[in-house]
Design a protein around this ligand. Structure first.
Ligand code: PEP
Ligand code: MG
Length: 832
């Protein structure tokens, strides 16, 4: 009749998942795919109660005997049964499987002889009798618990339980397998109906009267050296590669295999090929990483469950997406859609392997992704020393300055107590691909004492810490860091993303090494070379001497040294760029980053320089003498830089490489500023042409970094062949939010209040800053319809901001090298 449905026949008989349960449905699918399943049947949810009647139970026993070709009680080819239950979908609180139905004190010895080991059989048997006793025979739970308390040995437990049933129940525990099965069915259904199980369903927002299907299966009994059970997933958890991965247990299957135990699946092990065939078939059918439960009897494998992996490792999803598209099972666009841009980021950076037992010291701003463990160092010098000893260091500072760059590059990670995600530490760390956490509240560095206080904890220089730049978490101690690089399949997906996207992706890079890295990661050119960054660290004095020169001769001399150094920098940079476009921004040096610290020049024996520095210090350096403004006060500055750039181009072009040069003027708010600066650049080009005979092809453009520049876009476009939106400064100046420290308190509070969902320095504000950009684009195009437009603020690496730029029809975004792959994927997602 309809009450007993062999695996594989559910859908043929017109039954849906609510009748067959998730397990019955899965077994149907396995049979339909031609995969070997454990012999068994389903009692549909609507008639599950009928299995509690001996007549139906007897028919079920006979049917499973027929399906498996074995008989219960046959000592040579033994058979036992397992009863399990399943709901239409995953639910918590399903009754456990009741296995070993059919075993009796009389046949147990034969079974043990076949298996070769007694322990597991008695253990499973005890579990089954315990549940039947409580839920079907009404033996009080307390009585059962008391009796089992001092009986750890499985065989003694079974004997104790059978004695308790004989004593407390109306009749002794039956020997007849059909009667055992009927009792087991009643026990499972009673437990599913218990007040506790109903409460659990309510908590899961499931109907209290949700029905379950029952399943009766042949239980594998065979010699334990050639029989067992296990679970396998279709993908290696670390590499994402296809292959049966999992564990195997010898002997009789317990209710559910304990995770992370058992033996690893050996290759080539009995059945592995078949297992891989099954996993591959299922993946192709379900388009997802899958897992299966299987049994092996006498070396023969059969499946007892198959499902889509609930939270597959990211690498598994990436490799599967590429594999499916290569096989034509899905198209390339679908493969791209399956991987979120943020996941690309995750794949590119090392991560901490967290267990949940970590000792969290503090949570700061996630300023640069990646993870590292290392010892605390409080100075750049110490970071450099440790790097020479190949020791990982975490540079901990209140804030960093350009002088700290070499130490930052030597350290494994950076942690600061102040500064936001656009602070010096954050920008440098992202550029270098180093993990960083900034603005960690309550962090106090005492360099003299060699200690750092974090809240009420004190760490000493040399203490180990671990840091996660993606979450902003800082932990005490050395945590394990995963360093596996991205799977090659990611490159494949990113190439498909390149085919799908309209928006260009460039890199913000200042050195040839960064350009090399970025091109390897898929950058199409350089969208921003911040020339002031070429003077960080030991070359700081070059700019300092220009700014602090005592007289015009000294300044000319300093400029010559600067030009010389830049010539070499540019040659290396342009060579690395090749024939691609490269936007070189002339100096934008916020003075405070380049002036000596108060007292420093005096101490170095130059009181005059000390005085000049003092007279240059500003109350609001980010609103002061920076960008084009400095160039207008020191009129030889931009010509010197531009000449260095053009003559470097001539040298590089002589080797057959012709970069598409774009010269960019920063922090403009008056068209007159741009016009004057453009004049400097034109003059430099003429000078180089006169000297070398080569007219260097270049475009001249401006950054749009102030609201006024955005509003006057039409006037600026008269003098500019391209615009690059400097959304860091544009955000700072539109909100009047200091990019260096507003995140620490104000933005945190605003996010808590729900005023903002993200920092506008991380995610472009579409309503204010974005509206200014849209307006500037529209106005600029009225004057110069083909004006080239890009974004080079930090937003150029943020997926949502990238979608905004794509919608505006900008030509490209430019971001840190390590975010280039993220930007490629985000631009593709935006285009799909
Ligand atoms: C900007 O302001 O967005 C920009 C790219 O320039 P910087 O970050 O160097 O000020
Ligand atoms: Mg700027």
């Amino acid at each position: 009749g309809l009450a007993l449905v062999p695996y594989g026949q559910g859908r043929i008989r017109g039954l849906e998942a609510n009748e067959l349960g998730a397990h019955g449905t899965a077994m149907d699918r396995l049979v339909a795919l031609g995969l070997p399943v454990v012999p068994g049947l389903t009692v549909p949810a609507g008639s599950a109660g009928s299995l509690g009647e001996p007549g139906t139970a007897r028919a079920a026993v006979e049917l499973v005997e027929q399906l498996s070709g074995r008989r219960i009680g046959d000592p040579a080819r033994p058979l036992l049964l397992r009863l399990s239950a399943s709901a239409p979908r995953e639910v918590a609180g399903l009754p456990p499987d009741l296995a070993c139905l059919g075993v009796t004190p009389d046949n147990a010895a034969d079974l043990v002889a076949v298996i070769g080991r007694a322990e597991a059989l008695y253990e499973v048997w005890a579990t089954t009798v315990r549940m039947i006793a409580e839920y079907a025979l009404d033996v009080p739970a307390a009585v059962l618990d008391d009796a089992l308390l001092d009986t750890p040995e499985p065989r003694a437990r079974v004997e104790a339980l059978l004695a308790l049933v004989a004593q407390h129940a109306e009749r002794p525990f039956p020997a007849d397998p059909a009667e055992q099965l009927a009792l087991a069915a009643r026990a499972v259904l009673a437990r599913w109906d218990s007040p506790r199980a109903r409460r659990s369903r309510k908590a899961q927002k499931l109907p209290a009267d949700l029905g379950i299907a029952l399943h009766v299966q042949a239980l594998s009994i065979g010699p334990s050296d050639r029989s067992g059970y296990g679970t396998a997933v279709s993908r290696h958890p670390e590499t994402g590669r296809f292959g049966a991965e999992g564990s195997y247990f010898r002997g009789v299957r317990r209710s559910a295999p304990p995770p992370h135990t058992g033996e690893p699946l050996r290759k080539p092990a009995a059945g592995t090929t078949l297992l891989e065939h099954a996993l591959l078939t299922l993946e192709r059918h379900l388009h997802a990483p899958v897992s299966v439960d299987f049994e092996v009897r006498d070396g023969e494998i059969s499946l007892l469950a198959a499902s889509v992996q609930s939270r597959p490792p990211l690498r598994a999803s990436v490799c599967l997406a590429a594999d499916l598209a290569r096989d034509g099972a899905i198209d390339q666009e679908e493969a791209i859609r399956r991987i979120a841009p943020a996941q690309v980021q995750e794949l590119l950076h090392p991560q901490l392997r967290l267990t949940g037992d970590e000792d969290l010291l503090v949570r700061g701003l996630p300023a640069s992704p990646g993870a590292a463990a290392g010892v605390v160092v409080l100075s750049s010098e110490r970071a450099l020393e440790l790097a020479a000893e190949h020791t990982h260091a975490v540079l901990v500072m209140h804030e960093t300055t350009p002088a700290d760059v070499p130490g930052m590059l030597a350290a494994a990670a950076v942690l600061t107590g102040s500064g936001g995600i656009a602070s010096h530490a954050a920008v440098v760390a992202r550029g270098a691909g180093k993990p960083a956490v900034c603005g960690a509240e309550g962090l106090r560095v005492d360099r003299a004492a060699g200690t750092v206080r974090i809240g009420d904890r004190t760490l000493r220089e040399g203490d180990p810490v671990s840091l996660d730049g993606r979450t902003g978490a800082v932990y005490a101690g050395t945590l394990s860091v995963s360093v596996a690089g991205p799977p090659p399949e990611l490159s494949t997906l990113l190439e498909w993303a390149d085919d799908a996207r309209r928006l260009g992706v460039r890199v913000n890079a200042d050195t040839a090494a960064e350009v090399d890295t970025a091109i390897a990661l898929g950058a199409e050119g350089v969208g921003l070379c911040r020339t002031e960054h070429q003077f960080l660290g030991e070359r700081l004095p070059l700019i300092r001497s220009v700014i602090l020169a005592a007289d015009p001769e000294a300044r000319d001399e300093a400029l010559l040294a600067l030009e010389h150094a830049q010539h070499e920098d540019f040659k290396a940079l342009l060579t690395a760029v090749g024939d691609r476009p490269v936007t070189v921004r002339l100096l934008d040096a916020p003075l405070h980053e380049f002036l000596p610290a108060p007292g420093e020049a005096e101490a170095a024996g130059d009181p005059a320089a000390e005085q000049r520095a003092a007279s240059l210090r500003e109350a609001n350096p980010m609103l002061g003498l920076r960008g084009v403004r400095l160039a207008l006060l020191h009129e030889r500055l931009y010509p010197a830089q531009a000449e260095a750039l053009f003559s470097a181009w001539v040298d590089v072009a002589a080797t057959g490489v012709t970069p598409q040069l774009e010269v960019m003027i920063p922090l403009v708010s008056l068209p007159e500023e741009l016009q004057a600066a453009a004049g400097f650049v034109r003059d430099a080009a003429a000078t180089v042409a006169a000297r070398t005979g080569v007219r260097v092809p270049y475009r001249l453009g401006t950054m749009i970094e102030t609201p006024r520049a955005a509003l006057l876009a039409a006037d600026l476009a008269e003098h500019a062949e391209f615009f690059s939106f400097g959304t860091n400064d544009l955000t700072q100046l539109t909100y009047g939010f200091s990019r260096d420290d507003v995140e620490r308190q104000v933005l945190t509070a605003y996010q808590e209040r729900g005023f903002l969902t993200a920092s506008p320095f991380a995610r472009l504000d579409p309503h204010g800053v974005g509206a200014l950009i849209a307006l500037a684009v529209e106005r600029a195009r009225t004057v110069r319809p083909d004006i080239k437009l890009g974004v080079c603020g930090e937003h150029g690496g943020d997926p949502e901001s990238i979608a905004f730029c794509d919608d505006l029809g900008l030509d490209y975004v430019s971001c840190s090298a390590h975010r280039v792959p993220v930007a490629r994927m985000a631009a593709a997602h935006s285009a799909l």
